[in-house]
Design a protein around this ligand. Structure first.
Ligand code: NAI
Ligand code: MG
Length: 339
């Protein structure tokens, strides 16, 4: 039976990389019945209004599953980030960013997952200025929020993920030595949750700065990392750099009501429409979506085909290749059909 899902092509390189992904999903015989809906700058321009139209929200409410190309947040339009609005609208509290070596580079054996709290922390944008002696912007203030419930929920998600994916260790990444309240609460809840998984999943603690250094020196020692919103934002780009950059980094935004799968990178306006974009990150995101939809075999076939294509030397210009986006998608589709 087909699985209903919402498809958002997105802005910039979005339509090109999405076409490559659809070619691969077609070759797989993937079970998704896509409803295409608009979002982003293109939606605003074509529909003369909201970059996140109600028809798109309604579709995701119905399908509870979306594959999304990158969205350009229109600067100065008065609209908030569409990505942040999607997270809030569907309570997408867990941002999952797996990071695995496909093309050996600086490291050959990275296989870790960053689980980032997606709704709170220092990312909530509660900021203000304090004026001093005629300077209205003399002091900048930001407030962060971590609720006990949100900390417990994200750490529980990370441990459950470890159990269901055969992962051995969850490392909580924090700065509780300095941010004793904001980060201290997170660490306290992480330690409490870890006790429930004792004997099944090992638990480890790292302070964010030391963790960043250890990730760069020896990423193979890490397995699942769980952290708060801002630290997760930074660490997940750091780990993408360990395996070849943003072109290889997929992300999943998961909540109780829906899950949205995307590439970590943006709409890359500098190369849009030129057939230069690397579709691997969005292809890997489609793999995560297959996993999430209970189709791990199809997900594995997709990942194997991506690996085989890259191993055969086919790649887009960002990784030193000569293939266009469409050629890369066709090569992955062919590898799927051959396997
Ligand atoms: P970006 O990720 O779009 O681009 C950064 C650099 O990486 C550019 O040089 C670009 O050409 C390159 N790049 C990115 N993806 C690539 C790919 N698949 N293949 C080859 N090269 C690639 O980040 P930037 O320029 O900061 O943002 C552009 C727009 O994207 C902004 O409007 C931003 O708000 C939006 N954005 C959207 C995201 C989303 O929808 N999840 C995430 C990040 C940014
Ligand atoms: Mg980021």
């Amino acid at each position: 039976t087909p699985i209903p899902a919402t498809l958002i092509r997105g802005d910039g390189i979005g339509p090109e990389i999405m076409d490559a992904v659809l070619a691969a999903l077609d070759a797989l015989g993937a079970p998704f019945a896509f409803e295409e809906r608009p979002a982003g700058l293109n939606a605003m321009e074509r529909h003369g209004g909201d970059p996140l139209p109600e028809e798109t929200l309604a579709s995701i409410r119905r399908t509870r599953l979306a594959l999304k190309g990158p969205l350009t947040t229109p600067v100065g339009s008065g609209f908030r980030s569409v990505n942040v609005r999607l997270r809030e609208a569907f309570g997408l509290y867990a941002n999952l960013r797996p990071c695995r070596t496909i093309v050996p580079g600086r490291f050959s054996d990275v296989d870790l997952v960053v689980v980032r709290e997606n709704l709170g922390g220092l990312y909530v944008g509660q900021e203000h200025w304090i004026p001093v002696a005629g300077d209205p912007h003399a002091v900048g203030v930001a407030t962060g929020f971590n609720t006990r419930e949100a900390c417990r929920r994200i750490v529980t998600y990370a441990f459950d993920y470890a159990v269901t994916h055969g992962r051995k260790t969850v490392t909580v990444v924090h700065k509780a030595n300095i941010l004793k309240v904001l980060s201290g609460l997170f660490l306290e809840e992480a330690r409490a949750v870890a006790k429930d998984y004792a004997g099944r999943v090992a638990f480890d603690e790292r302070i964010i700065d030391a963790c960043a250094m250890q990730l760069v020196l020896d990423p193979a020692r890490f397995d699942v990392l769980v952290t708060t919103n801002l630290f997760g934002d930074i660490l997940s780009d750091l780990v993408a750099g360990l395996v070849g950059g943003l072109g290889f980094a997929p992300g999943a935004n998961i909540g109780p009501d829906a899950a949205v799968f995307e590439a970590v990178h943006g709409s890359a306006p500098d190369i849009a429409g030129q057939g230069k974009a690397n579709p691997v990150a969005l292809l890997l995101a489609a793999g995560l979506m297959l996993d999430h939809a209970g189709r791990p075999d199809a997900a594995r076939r997709l990942r194997d085909a991506i690996t085989a294509t890259l191993a055969a030397g086919t790649g887009t210009p960002d990784i030193g290749g000569t293939a266009t986006t469409a050629e890369f998608g066709a090569a992955v589709a062919a590898a799927i059909r051959r396997a």
